[in-house]
Every structure is written in structure tokens, then in C-alpha cells.
Design a protein around this ligand. Structure first.
Ligand code: GSH
Length: 215
């Protein structure tokens, strides 16, 4: 029988930027496959061009996309993970936060893997604190009246991105991370969603041993 499930294409042994895509699909109860044939898939087709993994493809409707934020935004639209209220403005704000989170992810990863001090300056020198303050402010918008998610009681695709960011930061910087009660509260709220609790029972690590904090 022809394969009909959507596929997430990513590297083997860790989940990295594909983690929020896996988590959203689990939360939505969507069956999918995980392909590690990155080098065959990223350039090896005649359809819409994709560059770096994660890639998402669905044989049902022919969609093929890369860029974590674009994949999450697409899945958010088709599986009901967009902000409930506020129409296009809230959707654009959700998109802004998704891109902010992707920027922090990239900066944190690059600093840990490329900087001579292994990201120590990024982590303790103010830049990460500035980002954390920004994300805390985003969480404050709804935390007083509702919460626990970025847009209140309803989880959005950007919440999966934020959850993955915190997993990534903990992996890379561990106890050096700035304090942030709101981000921790958000982290716990996401982690206790039934599908994610289940996901964590068998999931691969978010990153690999050579860039783990204190390694
Ligand atoms: N902005 C892209 C970054 C994609 C990216 O850098 N992917 C990494 C793995 S997390 C990769 O394999 N890059 C290989 C490359 O750039 O050639 C996204 O969010 O998906």
C-alpha cells in the first residue's frame, strides 16, 4: 500500500529542531513517520525546494516544507493550534514569537558550538538574559488573567517552539541559565499535557552529548 502518513525528516539519534514538530503532531494525535534520510530528502526531489532539516512532507496533499517555524505554522493552521481570539493580529504575533524563539535557538546553539568560550559569554553576558526577559514579557500578557500558554488558555504552535527552546537551553547551558519563573511554569504546563508526558517516556534526547552543559 502506498505510504499515506506524513513524514518528518530529521537527523538520527536526537530531535533538535524537529522536536516541536514531533510534539505538536503527538498532541494532535496525528500518526506520522520519522525518516532520517536527510541527505536524500533535502535536495533529492523535484517538488518545492527545501534546504535544511527538519522537513515535513505529506503524500496526502503533496505538501513539502522546511524551516521549523514554517512547519509549525502550517501544522498550527491545519490542526487548530493558532490563537483563538484576535484574528490576523494574534496570528501575526504568534508568528513573531515563533521567529523570536527560532532566533534564540540559533544564537544559543551557535554560541555553544562555535564560540571560543563555548557560549559562556552568551549565557552570562546579558544577551540570553535580554531574550529571556522578552519571552517572560510575552508570557505575562496572558498569565495574569488566564495562561498558562503564550496566548492564554489555548495552546498554540508557538508554545511547542518555546517548550523545545527551553529543552535546548537546559541541554546546552544547564545550571548557568538565568532564572525565570514564568518560563519554568510554561515548561511544566506543556510537559504535563498528556500527549507530551507520554512522548517523553520514549523520546530521543533533544541534542547530543558533545554540547551538553558542563561537557
Ligand atoms: N532555520 C532553520 C535551520 C535549519 C538548520 O540549521 N538545520 C540544521 C539541523 S537543526 C541542519 O541540519 N543544518 C544543515 C545545513 O544547514 O546544511 C530551521 O529552523 O529549520
Amino acid at each position: 500500500m502506498a505510504q499515506s502518513k506524513p513524514t518528518v525528516v530529521y537527523w538520527p539519534n536526537f530531535t533538535g529542531r524537529a522536536q516541536p514538530v514531533f510534539m505538536l503532531l503527538e498532541d494532535a494525535g496525528v500518526e506520522y513517520t520519522y525518516s532520517t534520510a536527510v541527505n536524500d530528502e533535502r535536495y533529492g526531489h523535484d517538488g518545492f525546494p527545501t534546504f535544511a532539516p527538519p522537513l515535513y512532507k505529506d503524500p496526502e496533499n503533496g505538501v513539502l516544507i522546511s524551516q521549523t517555524t514554517a512547519i509549525l505554522s502550517y501544522l498550527g493552521a491545519i490542526h487548530g493550534y493558532q490563537p483563538e481570539e484576535g484574528g490576523p493580529i494574534s496570528q501575526a504575533q504568534c508568528h513573531q514569537l515563533g521567529l523570536d524563539i527560532a532566533d534564540v535557538w540559533a544564537e544559543a546553539y551557535r554560541a555553544r558550538n562555535k564560540d571560543a568560550d563555548r557560549g559562556s559569554g552568551f549565557c552570562t553576558g546579558g544577551r540570553l538574559q535580554t531574550w529571556i526577559t522578552h519571552l517572560d514579557k510575552a508570557l505575562q500578557v496572558h498569565s495574569a488573567s488566564s495562561g498558562p500558554y503564550l496566548f492564554g488558555e489555548k495552546v498554540t504552535w508557538a508554545d511547542f517552539a518555546l517548550h523545545n527552546l527551553w529543552n535546548t537551553l537546559v541541554h546546552l547551558y544547564g545550571s548557568k541559565l538565568p532564572e525565570t519563573d514564568l518560563l519554568l511554569k510554561h515548561y511544566e504546563a506543556m510537559k504535563s499535557r498528556p500527549a507530551l508526558t507520554k512522548y517523553y517516556e520514549t523520546s530521543l534526547p533533544v541534542l547530543y552529548a558533545s554540547n551538553k552543559a558542563d561537557s
